[in-house]
Write a protein that binds this ligand. Structure first.
Ligand SMILES: [Fe+2]
Ligand SMILES: [Fe+2]
Length: 286
């Protein structure tokens, strides 16, 4: 072990510049919890942040949403997409933006990291939609967030990150395997720590925390399973198609997930175009 549990957490608690989300995120979250919030109030709040407004409009007009006619105002975007979708779009843009200062390190490319995260986000949204397992837009955000523990480590604990990354390359290990050898806490916990600091909803925090080991009995939080499946599918898609028996848990106990894996060949390949349009948009705007 490179560090013990207590020292690790005290370093985590003492990070001076934890990535932050813009205040607009918590303001919008607060408004959406208030049943008196009107379209007008929401618009007025979001319009205080003109950078977000222009990014939102270009997102709504991008191939990612694919509307036929041009959406030229925030209120139209809110009406067309709904409050929750806009809230999650603001959150997604802010998450990527909050890590914009992080630099590549010896073969760990930030662009590849976000490509993977966006791919998991798109697949998660689809799985949630298909299986009615969780809210699709929230699942997109959870997919985007799932590995942020890695970039937080890269940004704030470069000494530890470097040694893990060297072990990944030298010993031919997965990132998680290398972390388990060297750290008392791995990136899912670190990402969940950040999501908690950001006061994100608890289903998102749990989905990040358990994305490598979903709690099968957790019927009330299927989002964990959604993110786990999406991550496994993305990680294995360069090899042969992932099939249910390659997963390291007994998926038969989760009928909706088993059915989804059985039909993978039908629904997964067409999603590549959606992944590319998500990447084109989020990379162009960050
Ligand atoms: Fe991960
Ligand atoms: Fe991942």
């Amino acid at each position: 072990m490179l560090i013990d549990f207590k020292t690790f957490y005290s370093r985590l608690d003492n990070i001076r510049h934890l990535p932050t989300l813009p205040t607009i995120v918590s303001e919008v979250n607060g408004l959406l919890q208030d049943s008196d919030t009107t379209l007008e109030i929401l618009c007025r709040t979001i319009e205080k942040d003109q950078a977000i407004v222009s990014k939102l409009l270009s997102l709504v007009n991008s191939a990612f949403y694919g509307f036929q006619s041009k959406v030229d105002s925030l209120s139209n975007a809110l009406v067309l997409l709904g409050f929750n979708t806009i809230r999650n779009a603001i959150l997604s843009l802010s998450i990527i933006e909050s890590f914009s200062d992080v630099k590549d390190l010896e073969g760990f490319e930030i662009a590849d990291f976000w490509h993977h995260s966006l791919e998991v986000a798109v697949i998660s949204r689809k799985i949630a939609e298909h299986a009615k397992a969780a809210l699709p837009d929230s699942s997109f955000v959870a997919g985007l967030l799932h590995d942020t523990g890695k970039v937080l480590m890269l940004a704030s604990f470069q000494d530890l990150f470097r040694q893990i990354w060297q072990s990944v390359r030298r010993d031919n290990l997965t990132f998680l395997e290398a972390e388990k050898r060297l750290l008392p806490v791995q990136h899912p916990m670190i990402g969940a720590y950040l999501a908690k600091k950001w006061q994100l909803p608890s289903d998102l925090i749990q989905a990040v925390k358990y994305h490598h080991a979903p709690q099968l009995k957790s019927e009330e939080n299927k989002m964990q399973m959604v993110i786990y499946l999406a991550d496994r599918i993305v990680n294995s898609s360069s090899e042969t198609q992932v099939v249910a028996d390659q997963l390291d848990l007994d998926i038969d106990t989760v009928p909706w997930a088993a059915a989804l894996m059985d039909s993978l060949a039908e629904w997964y390949p067409p999603l590549q175009a959606e992944v590319e349009s998500a990447c084109a948009f989020f990379f162009a705007n960050n």
